[in-house]
Design a protein. Structure first.
Length: 511
């Protein structure tokens, strides 16, 4: 719209040239947005032309909101053109400058220039004022539209970041997505996240975007030697729009000189009062930002802090669960060793049958998640024997019918002991059912065929094989060949036939 407004305004009063300056909140200056030269060309490479408030005619009109007329800019003490402006004004003499208003706020200044001296009539001023008012209203609408579109983009970015935080606990994946959105929305040349390590009180490299060379993955910045450390120590935003003008430099360990950054912004990542890291934004030219930019920057920093906190909480929870699981398993192993020590004739039996059961289960393609339950069930397969009196359990002679009845209760004892424990309930199949037989003649429930859980069927083959190949007070261990032949004989009556064949293949392959 800008060249059209200048063109129409110039045509309306038969002027030769014109220009528009707009107020830039970020830098707090009036910045040229284009010039229509005396030969009718529209030049947009004039962003380097800017005036401070009250400086020159542009600053005077912008500050007072009044029309300013100059009959000869060379002799006008208020004009004070910049060197580049003097070049553009060489073929021009007089001009009129008008404020561009929107909702009682001055958002710009329009200049109309003539090659010759000219007096401006009241009609000229009314006509140009009307055009300036229309231009101000139109530009305000356009600016509001741009701001609305920008807000939608930022909200979309925040929604995507929220989804990433909610759907993934992979910190690196979340940070990479976060930095992509941050760089795009803040229009930064490079962005970076450093994580705070409370053990070393240092900032460590986590993820970056836009750097010409990769930052060292082992980067460690002390809080007292870097700009990022300043943000972390003060827990406050560090904003340096022009590093050279501010006399600030990056430390040698902080950044390579080849990056040639001229502006730097850093925001500490704090959640629940704890420092998690620092979010950095870099620009290769001075970067003067608006208050809305800074607000969004701090909002993004808050999102990053939440993502880091969530990931670390999940990591700590996972570590705690692992430690708890290991503690449970060590307790179970302790129980199994205690059973072996009590039942001296089967010392080492539990460890052997557990290892062999897991081998056979793996050959059958049992899912990994179920293998942990099979292992626990194998370790606890004789846990019910704690309810059997020593006089029966350790009796060297054959058991009486009554003693046999009591001994056969140990699977039910195991069920009664383990069923109330939620953690061990998935492992109940082996302790409860490993004495069931394929033909239904087993105990305690007389299950038949595939009614018997698969882990119990697997374990039954292994358990009998280990018992036969181990020494007993009343007999010596059988040779493996004899024990395997016994399994073949009982296939289809005591044992699942398919499992017997799989087990024999496993033993022969291992040999």
């Amino acid at each position: 719209m800008l060249p059209l407004f200048i063109q129409y305004a110039a045509q309306a009063v038969n002027a030769a040239a014109g220009s528009i300056y707009l107020w830039e909140e970020a830098g707090g200056e009036w910045v040229s947005r284009g010039w229509m030269t005396a030969d009718g060309r529209w030049q947009t490479d004039t962003a380097d032309l800017h005036h401070r408030p009250g400086e020159g005619v542009t600053g005077w009109v912008g500050e007072r909101g009044e029309i300013y007329v100059t009959t000869d800019w060379r002799a006008d003490p208020t004009n004070q053109p910049l060197p580049r402006e003097m070049e553009l004004l060489q073929r021009l003499t007089s001009g009129i400058s008008l404020p561009l208003k929107a909702e009682e706020r001055i958002i710009g200044v329009m200049h109309i220039w003539y090659a010759e001296r000219r007096e401006f009539s009241a009609e000229d001023k009314r006509l140009l004022t009307a055009i300036a008012d229309m231009a101000g209203s139109a530009m305000q609408r356009a600016r509001l539209h741009e701001e609305t579109a920008q807000q939608v983009q930022r909200l979309t970015a925040l929604r995507d970041i929220d989804r990433a935080i909610a759907s993934s606990f992979d910190l690196q994946l979340t940070l990479n997505l976060f930095l992509t959105h941050t760089r795009e929305q803040l229009q930064a040349d490079a962005v970076n996240i450093l994580l705070f390590d409370p053990r070393t009180c240092a900032l460590q490299q986590a993820a970056g975007r836009g750097f010409r060379s990769a930052r060292p993955s082992n980067l460690n910045l002390r809080l007292d030697e870097s700009l990022a450390g300043r943000a972390a120590l003060k827990r406050a935003l560090v904003a340096i729009p022009d590093l050279d003008a501010a006399g600030e430099k990056f430390s040698p360990s902080e950044l390579l000189e080849s990056e040639n950054f001229k502006a730097y912004y850093a925001c500490p990542l704090v959640v629940k009062g704890e420092l998690k890291g620092v979010l950095e934004v870099f620009h290769r030219a001075p970067l003067f930002v608006t208050s809305s930019w800074l607000d969004f920057f701090e909002t993004l920093a808050g999102q990053a802090a939440i993502a880091i906190d969530n990931a670390r909480l999940f990591e700590n929870l996972g570590r705690s669960n692992l430690e708890l699981t290991l503690a449970y398993d060590e307790t179970i192993e302790g129980w199994s060793r205690a059973l072996d020590l009590r039942d001296k004739e089967t010392e080492g039996h539990t460890r052997r049958v557990t290892e062999l059961t897991l081998k056979l289960a793996a050959q059958l393609g049992i899912p990994l998640a179920d293998m942990a339950h099979i292992r626990r069930g194998a370790l606890l397969h004789d846990i019910g024997k704690v309810g059997v009196p020593d006089s029966i359990l350790l009796k060297p002679a054959p058991l009486t019918d009554e003693e046999q009845r009591i001994m056969r209760q140990h699977p039910q004892f195991a069920y009664d002991m383990l069923a109330p424990i939620q953690y061990l309930r998935p492992a109940l199949a082996i302790p409860y059912c490993h004495h069931e037989k394929w033909d239904g003649s087993g105990y305690p429930r007389g299950l038949k065929g595939e009614e018997i859980p698969l882990p119990a069927r697997i374990f039954a083959v292994v358990d009998v094989y280990d018992a036969l190949t181990s020494d007993r007070p009343y007999r010596s261990a059988w040779l493996k060949e004899k024990a395997l032949e016994y399994l073949r004989q009982q296939s289809g009556s005591f044992f699942d036939p398919q499992l017997v064949e799989k087990f024999i293949s496993l033993i022969e392959r291992d040999e």
